[in-house]
Design a protein around this ligand. Structure first.
Ligand code: MRU
Length: 377
């Protein structure tokens, strides 16, 4: 019988996909983003010349995903400093643009610390120090991404000897969220390059379709064997025995090992437990927040209801009466519950893979030890 998951050939590597870049045209420094709201229809750049523009880009998800938010936040501080804005005023605006991904605050604070440390040398030196900090974070994130890909594949091979992995993923965790090739997606890509990925199952990830729009786009450009499914089809996919492992990223990992990630992650963890399938979280140690003691303490971003009641995409014309400028899929005036994230308790997580290796089982002690090691490195 023909293998219904026949492996796509591993093709030529596509060109890199820089989700953001710093640029210094004669008119002054700018942060250039690949506008993720326009993907996959078009690859359009969004040029941020000031902090309010960057804050808006963060809030509309033109730039998104935890590690990339940290990098963007750090460059945002550098942008404010280079353009002569008040860094102390800009920093809280950037940090508060979205509440859940702790990387955003981490990136902003790291660049601000560098700026302050150089402040007595004058504004130009201080601005340069902030930029250097942003570039360092950008580079470190790319390195962490490559390390996570290696550790993640080693873990998969240990848990699932024999290769031919069928991996289910949620949201988008590839080059569009990282200085490198991402977190969970980077592991799947590594498996693909090693000839070990049989199928990447891609949850569409309602309501903003990061899976359909972004992960499918990244999988396609890398020639990976992938299949898109509605979020609600995941249960029957598990029941049919078609999922070997779940790989997701994280927006914040609390001190007890609770994991906040894109809404819909927790139901996958419950399904994975029931079906005895490993549920693996892949995230750099910059996503761990020891000052958040547990899952209940994680602030979950609540987003506008129109993201649920309307379909918004560059190709969809605005309909009369639509609050979000999209096409209504529910009666006008419908209330919607729209948390952007959910929290998975540590006992549902098989392992957390960071740049330092895999932590399993996931315990508060293990998280503390991991952070102690990462801060020594
Ligand atoms: O709302 P988004 O698109 O920023 O959410 C992104 C996610 O939930 C990702 O899974 C998470 O940031 C991990 S990416 C490494």
């Amino acid at each position: 019988m023909a293998d219904q998951y026949a492996q796509n050939p591993v093709g030529d590597e596509p060109p890199p996909l820089p989700a953001l870049r710093w640029s210094e045209p004669p008119e002054g420094p700018v942060l250039v983003l690949l506008d993720q709201t326009r993907l996959p229809a078009e690859e359009v750049e969004l040029v941020c010349t000031d902090v309010p523009a960057l804050v808006q880009a963060i809030q509309t998800l033109a730039v998104r995903g935890a590690p990339l938010l940290g990098i963007a936040g750090a460059y945002g501080v550098a942008l404010a400093a280079a353009r002569g804005y008040d860094v102390e005023e800009a920093a809280p605006l950037l940090e508060g643009a979205r509440p859940t991904a702790v990387n955003l605050a981490y990136g902003v604070r790291r660049a601000v610390a560098a700026y302050r440390a150089a402040a007595d040398k004058g504004p130009e030196e201080a601005a340069q120090a902030a930029l250097t900090a942003a570039r360092e974070l950008h580079r470190e994130d790319a390195e962490a991404s490559a390390q996570m890909a290696g550790h993640g594949l080693a873990l998969l091979d240990e848990l699932l000897p024999g290769g031919g992995h069928r991996i289910l993923t949620h949201c988008n965790t590839g080059a569009l969220v990282s200085g490198g090739e991402g977190t969970a997606f980077a592991v799947a890509l590594h498996a693909h390059r090693a000839g070990e990925l049989r199928r990447l199952w891609v949850d569409e990830t309602r309501p903003l379709l990061q899976g359909a729009r972004l992960t499918a786009y990244e999988a396609a450009r890398n020639g990976m064997p992938y299949t898109l499914l509605t979020d609600s089809a995941a249960g029957s996919l598990f029941a049919a025995g078609e999922v070997d492992a779940v790989l997701i990223g994280a927006d914040r990992i609390a001190a007890d090992g609770s994991v906040a990630n894109k809404v819909g992650s927790y139901p996958l963890a419950v399904l994975a437990k029931y079906h005895h399938v490993p549920f693996i979280v892949v995230a750099p140690t910059t996503t761990v927040d020891l000052s958040t003691p547990d899952g209940a303490s994680i602030e979950v971003e609540q987003r506008a209801g129109h993201e649920v009641t309307e379909v918004t995409a560059p190709q969809v014309p605005a309909a009369a009466g639509a609050v979000g400028g999209g096409l209504p899929v529910a009666p006008l005036g419908t209330q919607a519950y729209n948390p952007a994230f959910d929290v998975t308790p540590p006992d549902l997580v098989t392992a957390i893979v960071t740049e330092l290796g895999a932590l399993s089982p996931v315990t508060g002690g293990g998280i503390a030890e991991l952070c102690a090691r990462s801060r020594q490195v």
